[in-house]
Every structure is written in structure tokens, then in C-alpha cells.
Design a binder for this molecule. Structure first.
Ligand code: FAD
Length: 503
């Protein structure tokens, strides 16, 4: 274990993309192997020193930021193993937690494989992606990080180690699970709150008949340290194309998206070939487009919103498929000059940079304004998207605060950013966010579909699961992290841990 205490060096660990300031720790511990982590956690547990696990610190919710105690960094555990083929036309690769997803994706691509999860921020570590169950634009077709994690090597705060494989151990009807660790069997009981059956990254996983591995995905570092993962890879597509379409009328976008979604859903379910089957469907509102207009002056001035799409192709039918997309566009009166088209991976990469430019600009504003980021991460069930978008638009208009919305419209999952320029506006933004969350919960949605809860969104999660849910979480956490030192204040307020100790 490398220990760093020098103030100027350790400053780098005190900032992520949440815009939260004031993070601090007594020292940074940089792990060099699994045993290091095990010994370190035993020592910290004995001394009751809180430990915050840091990935690449690209998170939006301050979940990787420490407020006292120690930071455990996985940055030196960054190796990516050899890719091995399975019998079923898939492959797998073992990666250490500090491997960057950009490196994993490149290594897979070079041998003809695809690691499908594509969170926009490619410098993130795979450990961070797993701990937040990250996902990206291609989640519309390929799902989330969870869907590609086949096995995990983890270390608990009592120093015990475990290797958990998918498909081996499941919760019983009452949510009980028992599993082996290097220090004996652990018995746990999952919390009982109800989570929505849509894309979700809020709260501990507790669906009926839960696979044990899923419990450790999306736990935001609160249950254990992820040291290594085995990831599933799929064959890389042969060809790809995509476009950015600019719309002048708000309603056309939603009708267009609904049609593409239903055709794609049918294609996926019935495994149809040579039909529209979008890999991603991303939305940008007018303010999001205006934000990057200086970098992209060709964005049509009259554009009220935009959609970016991608389709993957596995045979030689690219031209036929492109034709099908153009026919649908004609149906919605979209002129050719309102479409930017990409006919290969390199061209498409430019669109992905365009897409990435929006959250990057948002983060620059957040840093400049020195106010924490207020950005929604909600998802709602099919048929409810317009309800929540209309609700947000009305609220934003009344507030007069600068806002913009973009995100994964194919999954009814949007990031509405309300960017406060001073403290008063920030308080109003938070209030607005709470109202949006209440509406999301009323629509049976989730308050976080990909970024997690971290330290900034407790109050929003409370709308979903109530204070009783937090109490259950505290009990659940301490059944695995007995000394309660890991990533305190992530997901639920740490006061619930102390209440438990006092009772
Ligand atoms: C421009 C931009 C775009 C983004 N786009 C997306 C997007 O499209 N989709 C998306 O999901 N997110 C997105 N994010 C957010 C961020 O990249 C993800 O949340 C990512 O998963 C964080 O990974 P990280 O390595 O930076 O982790 P950190 O931010 O360092 O930590 C995140 C959480 O993971 C925990 N953690 C990290 N490593 C481990 C480990 N080894 N074991 C246990 N716990 C661990 C930390 O304690 C913390 O709770 C974006 C961020 C930026 C800046």
C-alpha cells in the first residue's frame, strides 16, 4: 500500500464532477494488491477510520469524495487480462477495478469484440462503473453495466474476500442470502422496499430472486471494495451508421421516438433482421443545442430539439437500413438539410463527441459558478415521458433559472440540468428538483437511473422509499460492513448508521 499525505499531492482526490467543495481526508492509500486492501480495511475497522473508495472521480454525486478519514484509491490496480472466447459466441475478460473503460473497450475492439456499456465519460474506472451501475446511450439496445458483469472479486471491511459468480446464488422468497467468504459464511437479508421495474440506479438491489452478484453492483462503495471483475463481451458489429436529426416541433420528436422505439422493440424481441433496430436514441432540447452552438455553428437556428441515433449492422445490408430510416424521417417531414448523417464508426465518433460536449459544458458552468450541480437523472415508465417533460418545462419557465435537458430518450431517462449561479438560485433549484422527484415517484419512476444517489440525492431517494427505507438500508449495510466505515453518507444519510449504533 502506498500512503500519500502531502497536502499538495492529495488535493487531486478532493474533487469530482458534482461541483461539491470541501472534501478532505487525512491520507490517501493506494492499493497495490488484494491483500493490501484486506489488511488495510482490517486496520481501519479496528481504528474506526472512515474509508472512501475513489475510482477515477468522474462521478456527479460526490460519492467518491471523502469528508474525513482515508481515501482508498484503486488507480494502480489497472490491468486488463487476455480475452477468452466462450462456446456461445461471446467472450470474457478479467479486469482490475482501476482499468479505464476506454482501455477495456479498445482492447475488446482490437480483437473483434464489443464491451457494450458506453457511459459518456470513458476515463472512468470499471470499478466506479460497476459501483454505480453506469450506463450510456447504447443502453437502449444493450442494457447497463450490470448486464455484462459475470463475476466479481470483492473485499469486505472485516478483511474477508469473496469471488461471486453470476447465476450461482440467489435470494430466497424472504430476501435471505448466504454465501462463502475467506473468513466463513455471511448471512444477509435484503431490504424490503419496492423499487420500480425500469432502468434504475437508486438504492440497494432487492428484486425478488436477486442474484447475489447484483447486490454488489450499484452499491456506491458502501458494502465492499470491488477489486476485479469478469466482463462479458459480445461480437463487434460489422458496420454502423447514425445521425443527428433537428426538429422544429416539440411534439414531432416524441412521436418519432415512439415509432422508432416500438419498431426496435419488436426487432429485438423477435430477433428480426434488416429492420430498424436503434442502438441508441438520444435527445437534446433547444437550450442544450444552444449551449454548444459556438462549437457547432451548423446547428440549424430554428431547431427546437435534436435526436441522435445509431444503428449497428451485422451483415451487408447497411444501405437498405439507411433507406428505411430515411423513409421514417420523410413521414415526419424531416428535410435532408435537417439531418447530419454518419456512415461509419469514425464519422459517428464525431457525433459522440458532440453528445459528450453537452455534459462537459454543463460541468464547466458548474465549476465556474461554484455551485453544486443540480441535474436530474430520472427515468419513468413507457407512456409517462411527456407528462414529466411538460411538468419540468412549466416549472423551469416559472423559475427563470437557466436550464437544459438532454439524455437517453429511448429509455425515458433524461438529464434536466438547472444551473444555479448563486446561493439563492441553488436553494430554489433544490426545491424544484424535489418537486420533480415527487412527480417522478407519482409516475412510478426512479429518481436516479444511472448516476446513483451519492451524497447529494438522499432527499430524492427518500421520496421513493421513505425514512423506513433508509433504516432498512443502514441495517443491510452493517450486515456486510460491520464497522460501517465504507463510503459513509453514500446512498443514505450517515446519521442512520449512528442511530443504529445508539439503539
Ligand atoms: C462528462 C461526464 C459524462 C458522464 N456520463 C455518464 C453516463 O453517460 N453514464 C453514467 O452512468 N455516468 C456518467 N457520468 C458519471 C460518472 O462517469 C460515472 O458515475 C462513473 O461510473 C464513475 O466512475 P469513476 O471511476 O469516476 O468513480 P468515482 O466517481 O471515483 O466513484 C463513484 C462511486 O463508485 C465507488 N467506487 C469506485 N471504485 C470502486 C471500487 N473499486 N469498489 C467499490 N466502490 C467503488 C466510489 O466510492 C463512489 O461511490 C459522467 C460524468 C462526466 C464527467
Amino acid at each position: 500500500m502506498i500512503i500519500k499525505k502531502d497536502k499538495s499531492t492529495i488535493q487531486n482526490y478532493f474533487q469530482d464532477n458534482s461541483g461539491v467543495f470541501g472534501s478532505y481526508a487525512d491520507f490517501i492509500a493506494i492499493a497495490e494488491n488484494e491483500d493490501d486492501i484486506s489488511k488495510f480495511l482490517i486496520e481501519m475497522s479496528e481504528k474506526q477510520v472512515p474509508v472512501t473508495i475513489a475510482g477515477a472521480l468522474t462521478g456527479n454525486t460526490a460519492s467518491g469524495l471523502a469528508f474525513g478519514g482515508a481515501v482508498l484509491s484503486l488507480e494502480n490496480l489497472n490491468s486488463i487480462g487476455e480475452i477468452k472466447k466462450n462456446d456461445d459466441n461471446s467472450a470474457f475478460v478479467s479486469v482490475q477495478a482501476g482499468a479505464r473503460i476506454s482501455d477495456i473497450r479498445i482492447k475488446a475492439y482490437q480483437s473483434g469484440w464489443l464491451y457494450p456499456p458506453d457511459p459518456t465519460e470513458k476515463s472512468a474506472f470499471i470499478g466506479g462503473n460497476i459501483a454505480t451501475n453506469a450506463s450510456g446511450a447504447r443502453g437502449f439496445k444493450f442494457g447497463v453495466t450490470r448486464d455484462y458483469v459475470q463475476a466479481l472479486k470483492i473485499v469486505f471491511s472485516d478483511g474477508s474476500k469473496s469471488f461471486i459468480e453470476r447465476g450461482k446464488i440467489f435470494s430466497d422468497k424472504k430476501g435471505n442470502i448466504s454465501f462463502n467468504t475467506s473468513k466463513g459464511i455471511k448471512h444477509i437479508k435484503l431490504p424490503e422496499y419496492t423499487l420500480p421495474y425500469i432502468k434504475n440506479a437508486a438504492g440497494y438491489y432487492n428484486y425478488p430472486h436477486s442474484d447475489l452478484i447484483d447486490v454488489f453492483i450499484g452499491q456506491e462503495g458502501t458494502l465492499c471494495v470491488i477489486v476485479e471483475a469478469v466482463l462479458k463481451l459480445v461480437p463487434h458489429f460489422k458496420d454502423v451508421f447514425g445521425g443527428i436529426i433537428f426538429f422544429q416541433r416539440h411534439n414531432d420528436v416524441f412521436m418519432f421516438v415512439n415509432e422508432i422505439k416500438s419498431i426496435s422493440k419488436k426487432a429485438k424481441e423477435e430477433k428480426l433482421k434488416n429492420v430498424i433496430n436503434a442502438m441508441s436514441l438520444e435527445y437534446f432540447d433547444k437550450n442544450a443545442l444552444d449551449l454548444i452552438r459556438d462549437d457547432y455553428p451548423a446547428i440549424p437556428l430554428e431547431a427546437e430539439s435534436g435526436i441522435m441515433f445509431e444503428q449497428d449492422v451485422y451483415d451487408d445490408n447497411t444501405d437498405l437500413l439507411i433507406d428505411k430510416w430515411y423513409k421514417i424521417m420523410q413521414k415526419y417531414h424531416i428535410d435532408d438539410d435537417k439531418v447530419w448523417f454518419a456512415s461509419n464508426l469514425m464519422e459517428l465518433e464525431k457525433f459522440r463527441i458532440f453528445r459528450h460536449a453537452i455534459p462537459e459544458h454543463v460541468n464547466e458552468i458548474v465549476k465556474k459558478n461554484k455551485m453544486p450541480k443540480v441535474g436530474t437523472d430520472f427515468a419513468v415508465p413507457d407512456g409517462k415521458l411527456l407528462d414529466i417533460v411538460d411538468f419540468c418545462q412549466k416549472e423551469f419557465k416559472n423559475s427563470g433559472i437557466f436550464n437544459l435537458t438532454f439524455g437517453h430518450i429511448g429509455e425515458n431517462h433524461l438529464h434536466a440540468n438547472i444551473l444555479a449561479s448563486n446561493k439563492d438560485e441553488y436553494e430554489r433549484c433544490r426545491k424544484l428538483y424535489i418537486d420533480i422527484c415527487s412527480k417522478v415517484v407519482e409516475l412510478k419512476g426512479t429518481v436516479s437511473a444511472e448516476h446513483g444517489i451519492g451524497k447529494l440525492r438522499h432527499i430524492f431517494l427518500e421520496k421513493m422509499i421513505g425514512k423506513e427505507g433508509f433504516e432498512e438500508m443502514a441495517k443491510f449495510k452493517t450486515s456486510l460492513d460491520e464497522s460501517a466505515i465504507l463510503c459513509q453518507d453514500n446512498i443514505f444519510p450517515k446519521a442512520y448508521l449512528y442511530e443504529k449504533t445508539c439503539n
